[in-house]
Unconditional design. Structure first.
Length: 271
């Protein structure tokens, strides 16, 4: 903890922890938005562009771990290097608004022992999807000593240490939303599609689930209808259509790969 002004009770400290890999085109905006953190921490997985130099130039503490073993392993490495009383996991395609930063700092100052979830303001193909109803809530802020480890191939989750007396850890929601620059270009979206299709297929293969074209069509169509119609993607123009389409394609190809590429999925870890 840092010492409070006037020599009073020490103030809780905050680590903002970021994973990076070839993020030179957007790491600066991400890190600048979190410059208030007591420890600005980056774990890089072998970038070959200017990511590391940019991060270091912005005052971030950078650790290189190029032996990619999955998102959970990299987040556990962030935990190992973190020193703050609280740790907030910020992705390199996210930016804190001033309102979000203020709320986050107020939570840390309160010293409350809980876990906080975040929500997004989606930005895709250069346009904020202002009408899109993003309902995802993801746990990102923790009291660091509560976190045991991260597990999972994709959409990894934090596992907490058991609390005294078996008490449940309170869950809270940060009211302000993070800006999420989910998909910047069509080319980048196609590359991301391959990555997440194979990770999702590998995760389902480990659970013994079945794939196939019909299952993929059902998954993709239901996903597109949910996002484009019920979450109002159709009000967001061409950018909204492309965003919903790429997410739906991920749902389809995940099950196609689960069937046709099954023999190569076991134990697969993809950056």
């Amino acid at each position: 903890m840092s010492v409070a002004a006037g020599g009073g009770t020490p103030s809780p400290t905050l680590t903002v922890a970021v994973l990076s890999h070839n993020e030179a085109h957007r790491i600066e905006a991400c890190l600048r938005s979190a410059a208030f953190a007591d420890q600005l921490l980056v774990v890089d997985s072998g970038s070959t562009d200017g990511t590391v130099a940019i991060a270091q130039g912005l005052g971030a503490e950078v650790h290189s771990h190029p032996d990619w073993q999955g998102f959970a392993v990299q987040r556990n490495r962030l935990l190992a290097h973190a020193r703050g009383d609280y740790i907030f996991f910020l992705d390199s395609d996210e930016v804190m608004t001033p309102a979000f930063a203020q709320e986050l700092q107020a939570i840390v100052r309160s010293g409350e022992q809980a876990v906080w979830k975040i929500r997004w303001r989606m930005v895709a193909f250069g346009q904020e999807l202002t009408h899109f109803r993003s309902q995802s809530q993801i746990e990102r802020l923790f009291v660091r000593r509560m976190v045991k480890e991260y597990t999972g191939v994709v959409h990894e989750q934090a596992q907490l240490h058991p609390q005294p007396g078996g008490a449940d850890v309170p869950r809270r929601l940060i009211k302000a939303r993070l800006l999420h620059y989910s998909r910047t270009t069509v080319r980048g979206s196609l590359e991301k599609l391959t990555q997440y299709v194979m990770l999702g297929a590998a995760k389902r293969a480990e659970k013994g689930q079945r794939g196939g074209v019909v299952r993929g069509l059902a998954s993709g169509l239901s996903m597109f209808l949910r996002l484009y119609v019920f979450r109002l993607g159709f009000l967001c123009g061409g950018a909204g259509f492309l965003y919903c389409l790429f997410v739906a394609l991920e749902g389809f190809f995940r099950y196609a790969a689960l069937h046709y590429d099954r023999d190569s999925l076991t134990g697969r870890v993809i950056r």
